[in-house]
Design a binder for this molecule. Structure first.
Ligand SMILES: *Cc1c(COP(=O)(O)O)cnc(C)c1O
Length: 495
């Protein structure tokens, strides 16, 4: 399997090159030149396999420059019972007769980012060896919460890697901050930035494009790379869990071979739902892909009209991991739907950066309509959904997952389509106690980690072990710098 850039489809790359480089030099994203097919027989053959075995079956179709032994080893390490608190890895929870939550937060940091960020370090370090890169990679991350911690856990103590995470001092939840400040590992660094997420993100972008910094670091034997979802090594492991969920429903007799399901995904950067689109293109029987947004509903409008328009107010919501106006992975969808037309994609992306808006061709819009439905839900709807889910089903969900359940209910009411549906559940509710508790009717919130016990008492659900363990951990990182000092922080970290 070869890969091309969404902005130049003339040059071909191996998977290892695409993963080692992360982003193409022309600014495009690496995508496979074709999507391998999974026949009905192959799906049925996977029903009795473990999650790890399914991961190998799916990933090997895309990673031909990796051996089966290598992939088996990575899957065993990434999804081991040391790191995931259930052998199913990504278990399905049945909510009613035709609705399931696909729980993607049983990993070490309790958000779905673990599904990919536990795998990426194995793929990346092997890719460095395969491409004969001799320098040590330093992963730089600007985070609004979930990505930073998941990347730290994934890369901690991984040979030939260092990782440095910047988070906005006042832009992440208390629990998220504590998760990062107590991070263990010899190769990790964590630093707060005075400012908001944009300051952290722009600061990191400036570092990436600083030739002088690159040169100094190269002399010291380092190069910079990123762990965000533009890397193919993060998208691919996400394709696995949709296929795995379908196999589990088949195995348990919940659906018949060939029967279609709907999938509803709470969406920000479009990485998670894109993985499901790829699974569908591979042959997974998916009927509708339902894209759920919060008040930042740029994708709802796009999927319903074919016009992308980021010129709108930006809202801070109770589902912060979806507070985003530019969904970078959409570029991969446009590339696929345009028939891998790099010139067309370049044109859209140039319009997006020049004017903040673009309109897709009729041909692409027709495919969007054929595959996707879209809706959104504000904070009030999120709150109501959390309360209702608890009252009616005794099921505690987080704010992002609530957005998806709300949008699925809207979709069903509007269309009458009662196809069995899987909702991607993207975070443990214990990561977002400050919004979840009020939705359950609690008005006085306890401080710091005591809020975890408060949610345990109110819901009767135990907190995930990695979060409960925060209580006894000492913070290791307390540095907070101004944006202008980020470069010195990197130079101090990479001695
Ligand atoms: C990152 C994240 C999302 C959004 O996923 P995308 O792949 O960016 O669309 C949704 N929910 C949670 C909890 C997240 O951490």
């Amino acid at each position: 399997m070869k890969y091309v850039s969404t902005r130049d489809n003339t040059l071909r790359y191996d998977a290892a090159q695409a993963i080692a480089m992360g982003l193409s030099r022309d600014g495009g994203l690496f995508t496979p030149i074709e999507l391998p097919k999974l026949g009905q027989g192959e799906l049925e053959a996977m029903t009795n396999l473990s999650y790890q075995e399914r991961a190998v079956r799916v990933m090997r179709l895309y990673l031909e420059d990796f051996t089966e032994e290598e992939l088996t080893d990575y899957a065993a390490k990434a999804y081991s019972d040391q790191r995931f608190d259930t052998p199913a890895v990504a278990p399905l929870r049945q909510v009613n007769g035709n609705t399931w939550a696909l729980e993607l937060w049983h990993g070490p940091t309790c958000a779905f980012k673990d599904m990919a960020l536990q795998m990426l370090p194995h793929l990346l370090t092997a890719s460095l060896t395969k491409t004969q890169e001799e320098k040590t990679v330093c992963i730089l991350v600007a985070t609004s919460g979930d990505t930073g911690k998941a990347a730290l856990e994934g890369f901690r103590d991984v040979d030939r890697t260092r990782i440095l995470v910047f988070y906005p001092q006042d832009g992440v939840s208390d629990i998220q901050k504590l998760q990062m400040r107590t991070q263990e590992g010899e190769n990790v660094g964590v630093c707060a930035i005075e400012g908001n997420f944009d300051d952290a993100q722009n600061g990191v972008k400036t570092l990436f494009s600083d030739p002088e910094l690159r040169k100094t670091l190269a002399q010291r034997g380092f190069f910079l790379s990123s762990a965000n979802s533009i890397n193919w090594g993060r998208v691919l492991p996400q394709v696995v869990y949709y296929i795995s969920a379908y196999c589990a429903l088949l195995r348990d007799g919940k659906i018949q071979p060939g029967e279609k399901i709907n999938v509803c995904v709470p969406t920000g950067n479009f990485g998670n739902i894109l993985a499901c689109y790829y699974a569908k293109q591979m042959g997974l029987p998916v009927n509708r892909l339902i894209c759920a947004s919060n008040a930042n509903n740029v994708l709802t409008d796009f999927l319903n009209t074919g016009k992308y328009d980021r010129n709108r107010p930006f809202y801070i919501t109770t589902s912060p991991s979806m507070d985003i106006l530019i969904s970078s992975n959409l570029e991969r969808l446009l590339f696929q739907m345009s028939g891998q037309n790099d010139a067309e994609v370049r044109d859209y992306m140039e319009k997006l950066s020049a004017t903040g808006t673009y309109q897709v061709s009729d041909a692409i819009f027709a495919q969007l309509r054929d595959n996707f439905s879209a809706g959104f839900c504000d904070d009030e709807g999120t709150r109501e959904t959390i309360g209702q889910m608890m009252r009616e089903h005794g099921y505690l969900i987080d704010t992002h997952t609530a957005v998806a359940f709300h949008v699925l209910a809207q979709y069903r009411a509007e269309t009458g389509d009662d196809t069995p549906a899987v909702v991607a559940s993207t975070a443990s509710p214990f990561k977002f106690c400050n919004a979840v508790l009020p939705a359950l009717g609690v008005t006085e919130l306890r401080a710091n980690t005591e809020i975890l016990e408060q949610l345990e008492e109110v819901s009767g659900v135990p907190a995930p072990r990695p979060l409960a363990a925060l209580k006894s951990k000492q913070p290791r990182f307390d540095q907070c710098v101004e944006k202008a000092q980020m470069k010195d922080t990197v130079l101090g970290f990479l001695r």
